[in-house]
Design a protein around this ligand. Structure first.
Ligand code: FEO
Length: 392
């Protein structure tokens, strides 16, 4: 068995996907990812915790070579990057049962066609003994699907969290060794996947206060043997006030919107406001999502095309609305040739953002003196709002 021990009788048996560059045909994975499965050998029973992406199921099965029996396959989450190889494991181990919650059971029956008699369901807070090791199951809904749960190995004080606290990194490191790198990847992961469920994540974080945790073992990226590192980061991302930052995604077709954006960036800097600028024609949307974790204000820059905002800006607005960041203020700047409804269109697309909309600045053609003055007023308004709200 080509497994890596993390505690006596506890092994990492996952797969590292060095080549993957996109998840859900949506999320960029600049550093690849891993699908972490774990094997726990108790004195009486053996449990496999999650599986791997079905494209890499042979890697998991190879790691399990020489393992004569598996009693339980724990499914913390039904998404196929963790559950997709469970049918192959069940085929190799005909006596194995899938341990999961009722909601996840239904999803696995629907998506993987696993027969009902292969399941044992567990309730929230239930424990299952493996002999000298005990797994406790804790429901953690909406991390980021409704059926998600974690398990706590009581004797070893290891929390197995599946997607919760994960990071998309392909690495040979079993544990976090490069904290800045993992912080960045974990923040990207939080921004893209967890941020829309921030309120529920906050409640789930509170549940963990009852547990003495020596190690957090997620299903993507390295294991946290210093759990405070990721727990503190999540508390900051989820609950801290937004910062004195403007996120400015934009597109410019002929330079007018770019001239406005450049002026606004300088005006904000002069007023002590930091800016994260994203030219949507070339940007990585994951970077934009990360910037939204901390920003207090979003200003969208768009030319008018086909009577509305540029489709690339529409996409960014849709994404920002879906991610539900902590933004407090929003505005729009841009130019038009002869008319259009860009402002109304973008404003109607962000109902999830509980923001105060600051006066937009739209100009006809290339910006003139009055337009630059309007941009200065917008910068004044943003800086004032940030000051009034003590955003630093
Ligand atoms: Fe890593 Fe929601 O799957």
């Amino acid at each position: 068995m080509n497994a890596r021990g993390i505690s006596p009788g506890v092994y990492w048996v996952g797969a590292v996907d060095w080549d993957r560059r996109l998840f859900d045909a949506l999320i960029p994975l600049p550093d690849g990812t891993s699908y972490n499965a774990y094997l726990i050998q108790g004195s009486e029973k053996t449990a496999l915790l999650d599986s791997v992406d079905p494209r890499m199921q042979d890697v998991l099965l190879d790691r399990l070579d020489g393992m004569p029996s598996i009693d339980y396959v724990v499914a913390h989450h039904a998404e196929p990057d963790h559950s997709g190889a469970i049918p192959a494991v069940l085929e190799r181990y005909p006596a194995a049962k899938v341990l999961t919650n009722p909601r996840c059971k239904g999803m696995l029956m629907d998506t993987l066609l696993i027969p009902e008699d292969r399941f044992i369901t567990v309730e929230d807070g239930e424990t299952v003994s493996l002999g000298d090791k005990t797994l406790k199951f804790v429901y953690m809904p909406w991390v980021h699907w409704p059926e998600t749960m974690v398990s706590y190995l009581q004797e070893d004080r290891i929390l197995f969290t599946c997607d919760f606290f994960g990071s998309h990194i392909a690495t040979t490191d079993l544990y976090v060794t490069d904290e800045p790198r993992v912080y960045e990847a974990a923040k990207r992961y939080y921004a893209e996947i967890m941020m829309p469920f921030r309120k529920v994540i906050e409640k789930n974080l509170a549940k963990l206060a009852d547990y003495d945790i020596a190690m957090i073992a997620p299903s993507h990226g390295p294991i946290y043997n210093q759990p405070a590192f990721i727990l503190d980061a999540y508390r900051e991302w989820v609950t801290a006030d937004p910062k004195n930052i403007v996120v400015l995604p934009y597109i410019s077709m002929w330079g007018s919107t770019k001239a406005m954006v450049d002026h606004l960036v300088d005006a904000l800097i002069e007023r002590g406001v930091a800016v994260e600028l994203f030219n949507l024609a070339v940007t990585d949307v994951g970077k934009l999502a990360m910037a939204l974790v901390d920003a207090a204000t979003i200003v969208v820059g768009t030319p008018t095309v086909l009577t509305g905002a540029h489709p690339g800006v529409v996409y960014a607005a849709y994404l920002a609305n879906a991610l539900r960041p902590k933004l407090r203020f929003a505005s729009i700047v841009g130019s038009y040739g002869w008319g259009g409804k860009a402002v109304e269109q973008i404003a109607s697309m962000i109902p999830n953002l509980k923001v105060e909309v600051l006066a937009p600045v739209l100009c006809q053609g290339y910006p003139r003196e009055a337009d630059f003055e309007a941009l200065d007023c917008l910068a004044d308004a943003i800086a004032e709002r940030h000051r009034e709200n003590h955003l630093t």
